[in-house]
Write a protein that binds this ligand. Sequence first.
Ligand code: PQQ
Length: 253
Amino acid sequence: MTPSRETFEARLRAIGAERYHDKHPFHLRLHSGGCSPDEVRAWVINRYYYQSRIPMKDAAFMSRVEDPDLRRAWVSRLLDHDGHPSDGERREGGIVRWLRLAEAVGLDPAYVASCDGVLAGTRFAVDAYVRFVRETPLLEAVAASLTELFAPKIHADRIEGLLKHYAFANDQSLSYFRKRLDEAPKDVAFGLGYVLDHADTLEKQDAAAAALTFKTDVLWSQLDALEHAYVTPARIPPGAWRPGTGLLPVAAE
Ligand SMILES: O=C(O)c1cc(C(=O)O)c2c(n1)C(=O)C(=O)c1cc(C(=O)O)[nH]c1-2
């Protein structure tokens, strides 16, 4: 017998409770003020790669969808990150806001946007997510996005922690996270509804749960790579960002 919607939803939520990257030691240090300026910079540089690939994975998803209603429901995700084509406030998307954070921590936004210096571990994890969404059944691709169920809490914790502990943090520099607090709930409500509706056999529920687990691994692995490379004793791999480079002129002085 197929487990009920409620049982299945509880199964998905339990995956986040156990495996979401809010529990990663790097995030715990970041949010409690324990990161050095260069550790924060390394995080901003590497996390930019994730940000830059999210709209690409959403475009990849939409390219496979035959149902116009589903494409219409999905397209706002792309615009949330890339910005709306019309003029005005909505023109600015998450990528621009992330680059504002980069500037606030002393990085040259053009350097960050170039993705030079991104860790190979970050690229491998993020590219695996984009490929997963391009290749797996739509149900699994949507299920993988459901880590966003747990994102509003980490964004709220991050805003609070960064404001408390770091001089660079203010409403401007953290606008990316504030905006996600408005954007993510609509994505999650839609994505969760879709997965609960379409996972109508035990096999599909298993596949959706495996997709969500895979995504928690994508997120966790990025922080493992970051921690290994930049937290003392730092072991920066060849080709990755080196502290002192990619800075705005004032920060470099
Ligand atoms: O700061 C975070 O911890 C975090 C996590 C996640 C996530 O859970 O994948 C996303 C975001 N932020 C985010 O800002 C975002 O736009 C986003 C989109 C997606 C996705 O899979 O489509 N995840 C996330």
